[in-house]
Design a protein around this ligand. Structure first.
Ligand code: PRP
Ligand code: URA
Length: 209
């Protein structure tokens, strides 16, 4: 069973509450999403393996630790997942970035695939899949199917707001993928939007409504 990590540090709760408010403008929404992504990145990468390195401080030799291998890839689900990339890259500047383009059909609410591009060695990388909204879970599940078809075996999902239905779908379809979210909300409405949620994340990031 995939583990659900609710990363609810007070700084994250504070920033998310401002993001949820309908009066918050795109510019501030983007800045806050980037800041939360950096803060969540600390938890998402907590289990990365380290390796010993002998170094010289100005005073003496010591054994320190560095991240082993550094084989990471950040994969945003377009569009809204893009808003989480820069915060993660601030933490993980050597990570490669892949992209998966999916949008939800307005009537069926099912994801429709339109684009993907990955680093050549994606199958050897630890993947951080980003999308602020885990609603029905259809988009995240399809994105992970695509990554698994490419040979990826170490995938974690980082979102911002999750609905119970999306978590259940992920745990059913991809029990090997851990989920990190800043909040677990109440439910979905008739349009499969998360309640209380924050609205349409892509539109709020890019000012398209
Ligand atoms: C949103 C969101 C997720 C998806 C979540 O994208 O960013 O990708 O919906 O819903 P689900 O869990 O029910 O699949 P949207 O389809 O609005 O596309 P956009 O980011 O391009 O606006
Ligand atoms: N996509 C969004 O952007 N918001 C939701 O609440 C659900 C899907």
């Amino acid at each position: 069973m995939s583990r659900l990590h609710i990363v609810n540090h007070p700084l994250i709760q504070h920033k998310l509450t401002i993001m949820r408010e309908k009066k918050t403008k795109s510019k501030d929404f983007r800045i806050l999403l980037r800041e939360i992504s950096l803060l969540m990145g600390y938890e998402v990468t907590r289990d990365l393996p380290t390796t010993e390195r002998v170094i010289e401080t100005p005073l003496q030799q010591m054994t320190g630790y560095t991240i082993k291998g550094k084989k990471l890839a950040i994969v945003p689900i377009l569009r809204a997942g893009l808003g989480m990339v820069d915060g993660l890259l601030d933490l993980l500047p050597v990570a490669k970035v892949g992209h998966i383009g999916l949008y939800r059909d307005e009537e069926t609410h099912k994801p429709v695939y339109y684009y993907s591009k990955f680093p050549a060695d994606i199958d050897q990388r630890t993947i951080i899949l980003t999308d602020p909204m885990l609603a029905t879970g259809g988009s995240a599940s399809d994105a992970i199917n695509l990554l698994k078809e490419k040979g990826c075996t170490n995938i974690r999902l980082m979102c911002l707001v999750a609905a119970p239905q999306g978590v259940q779908k992920m745990q059913h379809d991809h029990p090997d993928v851990d989920i990190f979210t800043a909040a677990l909300d109440e439910r979905l409405n008739e349009q499969d939007y998360i309640l209380p949620g924050l609205g349409d994340a892509g539109d709020r990031i890019f000012g398209t409504k």
